[in-house]
Each structure stands twice: as structure tokens, then as C-alpha cells.
Design a protein around this ligand. Structure first.
Ligand code: MOS
Length: 697
């Protein structure tokens, strides 16, 4: 057995598991700065647009235990180069509801929160403009969408092909605003030593936060250290700097002590971004054999007045199916909302919901099995870039999934099975996510009997502590116990954060290349004291220019709908993935399972409701913003194909954090239609919509 077989791929238990179970892994809130910690609480605007006309901190300032009240009138000035929501307390202008308008630092969080209630604020406000619609006259085309992709892509004569198609559909889907809700809220603990700032933080990548803090406080990056070895979950909101890190650092500077700011759960709904709602018009044309002739996917979504966040919702449609005539577009409305941000597979998640639901509707028109229709439309090459895929095993995922799930013999017609009150149906949808990586530095130091591997990667609960140790052990041709990994600290060699499913690919590439140099220098000798190799990976993937690189998957879902109440259950599902090499079978399964579960949550529960009159998010807590819990998730059969792809990176891995959610909501919706004969095109599929559709039918 080679080292590779022994260390890579094996379902090795999390190396940090015992610490986490015992409660000894220090999360940001639990760090010990060596002095009593002050607590911060904030006053947030109650209007969406306007200006503060009066703000009186005197009663709060007089309270015992209050150390400082920061307002736009007295807060330290930050760099003028900050944008979006980062210039905290720099102006009396209000741009979104929930904006920080004052901050209290006190000896305890109870005192800080009580003092917040003593601060009276008045505003001159304008009515909130928060309603997204596809017919707003102010929709505009951003210059690019995220990841630098084209806003529009048009190939051929789409409208002509749609008009000429023997079978076509024209349907519109919508997805609601959603909020990132990891178990651990955003937490920042700030401490200054002279002009040097230390921030213990819950984030997806310390170096990302360092650059914004250095800019804000006019420091060199070396004067800022961000430490985040353990993070209690993150889906995107922790990838970027938000007002919480800025205000914590500002407050610590003012009071000259360590200050911690932990968001409340309710503040998660205003201070750290959200997933934009979408309205997606899908038009598909096909011949009678189900070969698509035209695909049109037009997206309307929102951004805030103070930032442009252009989510790449339709871009997955550019790689999924063959069709000669194709169009994908994105239009934005600037609204009085907090800046949107990324949330697990931003773009691909809502976009694949619409595409994979529309494909299902097309199969119903044609009377063709939805697995078969997808296989008939499988492209030979990337249908828009006209380059080969580095590897593409969607068809194999569909076939394997159909086999494992027991798809054969399924009745094409809806509403054919009922057990008591339960209407039963099954549905399928495909999944995809791009494969990329970015620059990362790494340092490996040899000692007699072990190696220290240092890189500023982040474990946000995914298992990076374990997977990176496995990669290092394999590359150094040693065992896991001989690797001492250090991650989650900006004092370590620079690397990008955990995001875009690029973490393991980027950090892993850097570790492999650095380890190769270590082994070259040791030339077969055992590690000895003093060998230090600074290496890394430059961020280039030459094959990405000549090949299209994506992971793929397929979800099969059974849904039961109570014919009397509209309650929806998902008792079982099968998901099969082709995502390159799997580094750790145990933690990978958790990523796929978590992603899929979040897709079920999106299909059935998650929705932030905007009060269009008062401009606020009405259900800003976990009592009313429903997230799928264990009872909502049935038997989920997760598996993956052995896929070798030497082009994507040194390790042949494609990244697994996000693909699981893509397509999952469509699979649930498609099974819901198969169970009930009803199409709900506005997520989530709540019981009230069952009655709405029944009355329409
Ligand atoms: Mo993920 S939304 O790329 O952090």
C-alpha cells in the first residue's frame, strides 16, 4: 500500500475533533487576551434611507460601567478609501435599515446592551424602496457579474429558435432573500498594542480581513494580525470584512482595552449581508426528441445603493446543456437594502434551481424521462467557450444515481401515488460548480522526526485541519502524526480564504509544491533540524485557458405532500457527485450532505420576508426564519465517482463545499410536482402555496 492510498482519500477522523468535543478549541469569543475584556453593542438605524437629525448619548454615557459611546460626531475618522458598508460611523447619512449609528463599549455585554436602549435617535427619512420586480424601469446591466464573468452571453438567434421550436416553455421562477446563519455568529475581539492591532475573529480567511483593517486605520498590513483558528460554520458572509470588525477595532482604540463584539442572531440579518432575491425567466425550446434548440435564462436581482454586488446567477446555464441558440442575462435594481453578499454557491444556487426546474417542465411537455432528456442534451464540449471539459461525468452521476435511488420504472405522469393522505413523487436535478484555485504561500520547516507546515488556510468547520494535514503527510511521504499544521493566522504565509470551493485546491497545491522542494533538498535523508522551505503556488492554472473545469452531480429525491395540509416531507434522497479526487471520505461526505440539506432548506423553508412599507426584514431570527433541522432531513445516500482529473491542480481535486446545494432545491420542487401535479415556482414551497395552487388548478 502506498502512502497515497493510506493517507489520501481515507475517512480519517477530524484531527481537531477531540478539542471541539471537549470545548477546548478556542473560537474567537473564547480567546484570552490576558486582560479583562470590554463588550460592544450597537444602535442600528430604524430607517432605510435618510439622515440622522438628533442623536443624544448622554443618558447612556452616564451609566455605570459604560466606557464610551461612539457616534458619527465623535468616532475616529477612517480612511476615505473604504466603500460599501465599511465606513462605520463616518457620516450622518443612512443607507440601509440596520446600519450602525452608535456603539457602546461597557464592562459587560449586559451593560452595553442596556445602554443601547438609552440612546435616542431621530431621522429625516425617505420612504424605503425595497421591492424587487422584473418591470422596474431602473433595472440596469452591470459591467460584469461576479468572478469577472460576462453580464450577458448571447449566441445565435434565440427568439427565432424559440418561435420555431415544436415544443417550448416560458416560465418564471423566483427565489427569496436568504441570510447566512452559521451556528456561530460573527465575532471580533480587538486589541491594540501601540499602533499594532490584533483581531481574534470568526472569518473565512485572516488575510482578507487584514487588508481592509489596514486600509481603514491607515496601517501597514504587518501592523494588523487576524487570528481565526476555529470558526463555527460559515457559508460566505464570513469571507469578507463587515462593519463588525471595523467597529470592534475602532472601539478598542478609543477605550485602550480589548473589546469584543459578538453579533446577536438578529443582527446577522442586517450587518453581514444576504443572498439577493432573484426573478428568473426561463425559456427553453426543443425538438420532439427532446434535443434543446434554444435556452434563454434572464435574471433580475438586487444590489444596495452603496455597493454593486452582481451575483452570477445564470452562468451555470452556460455550461450545462447543448443547444445552438443561447442567451443568459443579468439585470440589477439598486435598492435601500444592506449590501448583499455571497452565500453557499452564490449564483449557481438560485440559477440551477431555475434551470433544473425548467428542464423538468420541458420533460413534462415532451413526455420524456428527465434523466434521459438530460443525457440527450449532454454537450461534447463547453457549449459557450467551445473548449473541452477537463473532465465531465454528469451522465455517469445521473446513471449511477438512478440506479442507487431506484429510478427505473417511475411513472412519468404526476400524482399517481398516494398512501393515506400522503401524495408521493420523485424528482431529479443536476448539480454543477466551477473548479478554480488561487495563489497561496506555504512554509515547511523540518525537525528531527516531524515537519511544521504553515499556511494561512481556514477551517470553517469543513475539515481543513484534517484534509491539509493529510495532503502534507502524503506529499512529504510521512505519516499524519509527523505533520504539525498551523493555519488560521495572518502571521502565517499568505493565502486566500475558504471560499468559492477553492480552499483545499489552493492551499493543497501550495503544500504539495513546497513539500516537493523539501523532499528534493532532503534527497532521501530523514528530516533534520533547520531546513526551512518557503514555497507556494502562484495562482496560475494554465489548463484553465484551454479547458472548462467544473464539478458535476445529480440529486434524486422522494417527496411526500400531505394532501390535506400541504405539509412537505423529504424522506429519502440520493446524491452522486463527480468532484475529482476526494481527500477525506468522512469530511467530504459531510460537505456534500450539508450542501444538499441546505438545498432542501432552500426548497421548503428559508425566506427572509421584507416589509415593503416599513423596509425591514420581518422574520429576523431563527424562530421565524426557518432552517432545515434534523427532523426535516431523511435518509440521504451520498456517494461519489472515482474521477481522475490531472488538469485542475496537483491533487486532481475539484472542491466540494458548494456543489451539494446546487440543483438540490430543483430536485425537491420537481418531486413535489410529481407528487401533486402542482408547480410552485416561487420558493420556498410552504403549505400555503399548496392551497394557492390547488385553487388555481
Ligand atoms: Mo462561499 S459563498 O464561496 O464562501
Amino acid at each position: 500500500m502506498t502512502t497515497l492510498d493510506r493517507v489520501l482519500g481515507a475517512g480519517i477522523p477530524r484531527v481537531d475533533g477531540p478539542q471541539k468535543v471537549r470545548g477546548t478549541a478556542p473560537y474567537a469569543y473564547e480567546q484570552d487576551p490576558g486582560e479583562p475584556i470590554c463588550h460592544l453593542a450597537v444602535v442600528q438605524s430604524t430607517v432605510n434611507r435618510g439622515r440622522i437629525t438628533r442623536l443624544d448619548p448622554t443618558r447612556a454615557e452616564a451609566m455605570t460601567g459604560v466606557l464610551a459611546v461612539l457616534t458619527p460626531a465623535n468616532a475616529p475618522r477612517l480612511s476615505g478609501n473604504l466603500s460599501s458598508d465599511l465606513p462605520v460611523l463616518q457620516s450622518l447619512d443612512v443607507h440601509y435599515q440596520g446600519q450602525i449609528v452608535a456603539a457602546v463599549v461597557a464592562e459587560s455585554s449586559e451593560i452595553a446592551k442596556a445602554a443601547v436602549g438609552e440612546i435616542a435617535v431621530e431621522y429625516a427619512a425617505e420612504p424605503p424602496d425595497v421591492a424587487l420586480s422584473a418591470d422596474r424601469p431602473d433595472l440596469y446591466a452591470p459591467e460584469k457579474v461576479m468572478a469577472g464573468l460576462d453580464t450577458d452571453s448571447v449566441i445565435g438567434d434565440v427568439d427565432g429558435a424559440l418561435a420555431a421550436a415544436p415544443v417550448s416553455i416560458d416560465v418564471t421562477y423566483s427565489t427569496p432573500t436568504q441570510h447566512n446563519n452559521p451556528i456561530e455568529m460573527h465575532v471580533s475581539m480587538a486589541r491594540w498594542d501601540g499602533d499594532s492591532l490584533t483581531l481574534w475573529d470568526a472569518d473565512q480567511g485572516p488575510h482578507t480581513i487584514v487588508s481592509d483593517l489596514a486600509e481603514a486605520f491607515d496601517l501597514e498590513p504587518g501592523q494588523v494580525r487576524v487570528i481565526s483558528p476555529y470558526v463555527g460554520g460559515a457559508f460566505g458572509s464570513k469571507a469578507f470584512t463587515h462593519p463588525n470588525q471595523i467597529v470592534a477595532a475602532m472601539a478598542a482604540r478609543v477605550v485602550g482595552r480589548t473589546v469584543v463584539f459578538e453579533l446577536t442572531r438578529q443582527q446577522m440579518f442586517s450587518l453581514v449581508g444576504h443572498r439577493t432575491p432573484t426573478i428568473q425567466r426561463m425559456r427553453l425550446g426543443a425538438d420532439r426528441d427532446g434535443r434543446m434548440t434554444a435556452i434563454s435564462h434572464e435574471v433580475v436581482e438586487h444590489t444596495s445603493r452603496i455597493s454593486e454586488f452582481a451575483e452570477q446567477t445564470a452562468t451555470a446555464t452556460r455550461v450545462m446543456y447543448a443547444a445552438p441558440h443561447r442567451r443568459t442575462t443579468h439585470r440589477l435594481a439598486r435598492l435601500d437594502v444592506p449590501p448583499p453578499t455571497i452565500m453557499r454557491a452564490p449564483g449557481e444556487t438560485p440559477g440551477m434551481y431555475a434551470l433544473e426546474s425548467a428542464v423538468d417542465e420541458l420533460t413534462a411537455e415532451l413526455g420524456i424521462d428527465p434523466v434521459e432528456l438530460r443525457i440527450r442534451n449532454e454537450p461534447e464540449r463547453d457549449p459557450e467557450r467551445d473548449v473541452p471539459f477537463s473532465s465531465r461525468n454528469l451522465v455517469a452521476c445521473l446513471r449511477t444515481g438512478a440506479e442507487r435511488f431506484g429510478w427505473a420504472g417511475r411513472d412519468l405522469r404526476p400524482r399517481q401515488r398516494q398512501e393515506g393522505r400522503w401524495l408521493i413523487g420523485t424528482g431529479v436535478a443536476a448539480a454543477t460548480y466551477p473548479t478554480k484555485r488561487r495563489k497561496a504561500d506555504c512554509r515547511i520547516t523540518a525537525y528531527p522526526g516531524h515537519y511544521v507546515v504553515e499556511i494561512d488556510g481556514s477551517d470553517i468547520g469543513t475539515g481543513a485541519w484534517t484534509a491539509l494535514a493529510q495532503i502534507a503527510a502524503d506529499a512529504l511521504e510521512t505519516d499524519l502524526d509527523s505533520v504539525r499544521l498551523r493555519i488560521g493566522d495572518s502571521a502565517l504565509p499568505q493565502a486566500g480564504g475558504a471560499g468559492g470551493s477553492m480552499g483545499t485546491a489552493s492551499w493543497g497545491s501550495a503544500i504539495v509544491l513546497t513539500a516537493r522542494e523539501v523532499r528534493r533538498r532532503l534527497s532521501g535523508e530523514p528530516p533534520a533540524e533547520g531546513l526551512v522551505v518557503d514555497g507556494g503556488f502562484d495562482g496560475e492554472t494554465p489548463a484553465a485557458k484551454t479547458h472548462s473545469m467544473h464539478s458535476f452531480g445529480a440529486h434524486f429525491v422522494e417527496v411526500r405532500v400531505d394532501a390535506d395540509t400541504g405539509e412537505v416531507r423529504v424522506p429519502r434522497a440520493t446524491s452522486v457527485y463527480a468532484a475529482g479526487r476526494i481527500i477525506n471520505a468522512r469530511t467530504a461526505r459531510s460537505q456534500f450532505l450539508g450542501g444538499f440539506s441546505m438545498g432542501v432548506s432552500m426548497a421548503l423553508h428559508e425566506e427572509t420576508l421584507t416589509d415593503e412599507r416599513l423596509g425591514h426584514y420581518a422574520n429576523h431570527d431563527l424562530a421565524e426564519y426557518h432552517v432545515a433541522t434534523n427532523a426535516d432531513i431523511g435518509e440521504i445516500d451520498i456517494s461519489w465517482l472515482e474521477e481522475e482529473d490531472p488538469l485542475v491542480n496537483e491533487l486532481g481535486l475539484k472542491g466540494i463545499g458548494e456543489i451539494g446545494i446546487t440543483g438540490a432545491a430543483a430536485a425537491v420542487g420537481n418531486a413535489y410536482w410529481h407528487a401533486t401535479g402542482l408547480r410552485v415556482r416561487d420558493l420556498p414551497i410552504t403549505p400555503d402555496k399548496y392551497f394557492r395552487e390547488v385553487s388555481r388548478a
